[in-house]
Design a protein around this ligand. Structure first.
Ligand code: CA
Length: 255
């Protein structure tokens, strides 16, 4: 195995959680061929432990697992440390459940899938994470989006609703922030897919719908308006505060 002398160039580490040994091995081999590190866990509980120790860059998670299912394992993993999760579902109907339950998955694939598509999805997630990291660096001066009862802090990546923090997945946050930077403007699904997922291909528009559903579940149905046949728009709960600096002593601006 190649060992880079600097941590900066350390290869990506992917945790593969899959209880079918043949499939787990096939996925791990494909990942290694890509130059990434693969680790395999075969049940939900060991996946949670492995994620805690490994701090992987990405988790590929099967849903039907022994000991603890993939949805519960994902919730625990992302609660401890945000990490993109690509979920593997056995049937198409399960994919709705994944998003509906707000498990914290960033993307999902229905079995059976091609290894090529799996790698493409992983690369898209990595690109998005890298871009989000560089955006965060450029965001030092980005203003808090204050809509009264709903406050979005892009720099700290914190959302509060009526004063309580709302836990969003990295993708949900990026989607919300993208929409909320231009309140009431309709974004096409394809545009959101490109901006948020870095996925310039309309085949994933259903992913957008699923994440909107999750955001509505967490923030209230009226937060995101559907423009039928076009896309989505953010609807502020109240008129935005005139000026973030005329604040009432909220601690949002403190470092
Ligand atoms: Ca399984």
């Amino acid at each position: 195995m190649l060992n880079s002398s600097t941590r900066r160039n350390a290869p990506r580490t992917i945790l593969v959680v899959e209880d079918e040994p043949d499939l787990a091995t096939a996925i791990a081999q494909r990942i290694s061929a890509q130059g990434w590190n693969a680790r395999v866990a075969s049940d939900g509980a060991s996946a949670v432990r492995a994620a805690s120790q490994l701090k992987p860059d990405l988790v590929i998670m099967d849903i039907m697992l022994p000991v603890m299912d993939g949805i519960e394992a994902t919730k625990r993993i992302v609660a401890e440390r945000p990490v993109p999760v690509l979920m593997l579902t056995a049937r198409d109907a399960e994919s709705d459940k994944v998003m509906g339950l707000g498990a914290g998955a960033d993307d999902y694939m229905t079995k059976p899938f091609s290894p090529r598509e799996l790698i493409a999805r992983c690369e898209a997630l990595f690109r998005r994470v890298d871009r989000a990291a560089s955006i965060v660096k450029n965001m030092e001066n980005e203003k808090v989006l204050d809509f009264g009862s709903l406050v979005i802090d892009p720099r700290q990546r914190i959302v509060t609703l009526n004063g309580s923090e709302v836990h969003l997945t990295p993708t949900e946050f990026d989607l919300l922030a993208t929409l909320a930077r231009r309140p009431r403007s309709v974004f096409k699904r394809e545009k959101l897919l490109e901006e948020v997922w870095d996925w310039p291909d309309a085949s994933g528009t259903r992913t957008v719908d699923s994440h909107v559903k999750a955001l509505r579940h967490k923030l209230g149905a009226s937060t995101i308006r559907t423009a039928h046949g076009v896309g989505y728009a953010f609807e502020p709960p109240e008129p935005p505060a005139a000026d973030a600096t005329s604040g009432t002593g909220t601690p949002m601006a403190t470092k």
